[in-house]
Design a protein around this ligand. Structure first.
Ligand code: ATP
Length: 583
């Protein structure tokens, strides 16, 4: 397929903010693809890698600037100058390619296959001469790009396509394109409405596509299967070695409310304060570890690989667990914040492993010896865990659990959990299946009420005086349909010295590569870092684009285990605002 066709679709998607219209545009486009062109579907997600892959393009703005310069003949200084005012290297490439076209004859054709291939190559180069090779691979694409194509090639390279397509729209577009005729789906652009024959039937197709995505987190595989038919979607299976989206919890405010949702009796477990870890062992004996963001962190936790080999029976499995840090000298648990650097750091692993060891608390299993267990009731899955796990305190063990229907006993368990320094408890339905990727009431979390949100940092202000040179105030955002909406600024809770926690200096260093634009003391940032922020109250505010402001916000932790997609939704903020009630 010619890349220009795809670029035109991107442009159409960029021009509308209506979710249904976007779905329709995508669906029509997908209908033109054959069952081997899943990679083009992947391109529309803004990446060349499926969501679960650890790999990223990893191409810096500096490399892109050099590639644009090489392909168009403009100087890097000129490009940087334009970039500071426009803030989008895609648009700059578009303009410069256009300028160049005025003076040369242009009759070259760029294909989607060539873009995909060159970007894969560019992301994969390693060792000597890597930078030059990357520059050449991108410049080669630009030299045969039309202006519009250049815009999207560059944005894909930088992994910021800006076409506003989320997972749900991708899923629906696959349903519409592969089963639209059968379901009688009709979209009318005028009223921005869509009609379907049978809503229930439609839901079963949506669920089939969603299920396949939850198991694979790869839209190219999902599309190619859907194209073959529902039977192929149903055949999509779990595979240890490839991560699966985690099942998420809802909140309960009291034990009684918890029992109402998960039933009596139910399983109660400690809610450990660490980070979620999926431990996969594939038939070839290889262990792989994935975080909640589905990042592959196997390399960062070699000791966990050993524990999984030593203390868990079985040739293949997929385990759901919480990794909790502890102080090896005093044998005391540590709050998540203190060990979070182990997720990010890829060097000095042995040293970190000694200083910041983790204990694995296993609480679920979804695959064992070639069998997919997600449909089995939780009680059965837990029984299996009890048979295959050898408990080894401070290394790997089963999560603490009781099964009860008694409110008093449950309350005592909750108190004990808090006394032990845990975050609270989880209440789980004994008969429930495992629902990957879903936040359903099969498990609930109960913890002392805390007013907090996970938010993205989208901007920062440089400090003055003793904080000059560092960013000292950070602009926070929640989200609505993938759009970042500002909700306040935070500086409190960040430390002057790094021994005491995350410092201004460290945070500045982490955020610098995300700078899109600087104006005076304000830096506009690509949203990449997620933080947890507590607050005292939510107020209405005309100042921020969300319409709300947090009163007395305080930074409490960095969330390297969280995706930008996981930050608080505007809906949740509104709900919390209304919950505060009238004053
Ligand atoms: P939170 O910020 O409250 O930890 P979350 O957004 O990370 O929540 P939820 O699914 O809402 O995720 O809450 C459950 C989380 O609690 C899990 O993601 C997991 O990391 C953690 N957890 C700790 N102990 C358990 C347990 N025994 N069973 C299930 N989850 C547990």
């Amino acid at each position: 397929m010619l890349y220009t066709e795809l670029a035109k679709i991107y442009e159409q998607l960029e021009l509308t903010s209506k979710r249904l219209e976007k779905t329709f545009i995508l669906a029509e486009f997908f209908s033109k693809l054959n069952e081997k062109e899943g990679y083009i579907v992947l391109l529309t997600t803004g990446s060349i890698f499926p969501a679960y892959e650890e790999k990223e393009m990893g191409i810096s703005s500096q490399i892109v600037i050099k590639a644009i310069s090489k392909a168009t003949g403009s100087s890097t200084d000129e490009i940087v100058k334009k970039w500071k005012s426009v803030g989008d290297l895609g648009r700059i490439a578009e303009q410069l390619v256009w300028n160049k076209m005025q003076s040369t004859l242009f009759d070259k054709k760029l294909t989607t296959g060539k873009v995909y291939e060159n970007l894969k190559k560019a992301a994969g180069f390693e060792g000597q001469g890597t930078v030059d090779k990357k520059i050449s691979a991108i410049a080669e694409l630009l030299s045969v790009s039309s202006p519009l194509e250049a815009r999207y090639v560059i944005r894909t390279v930088l992994e910021e396509l800006r076409i506003g397509i989320g997972d749900a729209a991708m899923r629906d577009a696959i349903v519409w394109s592969c089963f639209g005729d059968k379901l009688g789906i009709k979209y009318s652009k005028q009223g921005n409405k869509f009609e379907i024959g049978d809503r229930e039937e439609y839901k079963t197709y949506v669920n089939a596509v969603q299920r396949a995505y939850d198991l694979t987190t790869d839209f190219s595989v999902v599309f190619e299967s859907a194209k073959k038919g529902v039977h192929a979607l149903e055949e999509v299976q779990l595979k240890p070695g490839k991560p699966v989206k985690f099942m998420l919890a809802l909140k309960a405010s009291t034990i009684l409310e918890g029992f109402e949702t998960v039933g009596r009796p139910s399983a109660l477990e400690y809610k450990y304060d660490g980070f979620r870890l999926m431990i996969n062992k594939s038939e070839d004996g290889k262990i792989k570890l994935f975080t909640r963001r589905l990042d592959d962190v196997t390399r960062q936790f070699p000791e966990v690989v050993d524990y999984a080999k030593q203390y868990v029976k079985g040739n293949s499995f997929m385990l759901d667990s919480e990794a909790v840090g502890y102080d090896p000298k005093r044998l005391r648990y540590r709050p998540f914040q203190e060990i979070s650097q182990r997720i990010r750091r890829k060097y000095e692993i042995e040293k970190l492993q000694k200083e910041l060891p983790v204990e694995i608390n296993i609480f679920d299993i979804i695959y064992f010896e070639g069998e997919n267990l997600i449909k089995k009731p939780f009680l059965e899955r837990r029984k299996l865990l009890e048979r295959i796990i050898q408990n080894k305190k401070w290394q790997l063990k089963l999560a603490e659990q009781i099964i009860t229907e008694d409110v008093k006993e449950a309350e005592q368990f909750y108190k004990d959990a808090l006394k032990e320094g845990e975050e609270g408890i989880m209440m789980k339905n004994l008969n429930a299946p495992y629902k990957p990727g879903a936040r359903v009431g099969y498990m609930l979390k109960l913890k002392p009420s805390e007013k907090e949100f996970d938010l993205a940092i989208v901007g920062a202000e440089y400090g003055t005086g003793k904080r000059s040179g560092w960013m000292s105030s950070f602009i926070l955002a929640c989200q609505q349909s993938g759009k970042m909406l500002e909700i306040g600024k935070v500086g409190t809770g960040i430390k002057e010295k790094s021994e005491k926690g995350i410092s201004f200096k460290e945070l500045t260093k982490m955020l610098k590569p995300s700078i899109i634009k600087e104006e005076g003391r304000i830096a506009l940032l690509k949203p990449e870092i997620v933080v947890t922020v507590t607050y005292q109250e939510i107020q209405k505010s005309p100042t921020y684009s969300s319409g709300f402001a947090l009163r007395f916000p305080r930074f409490t932790r960095l969330r390297p285990d969280r995706n930008i997609r996981d930050i608080a939704l505007l809906e949740e903020v509104k709900k919390e605002y209304l919950r505060q009630g009238p004053k």
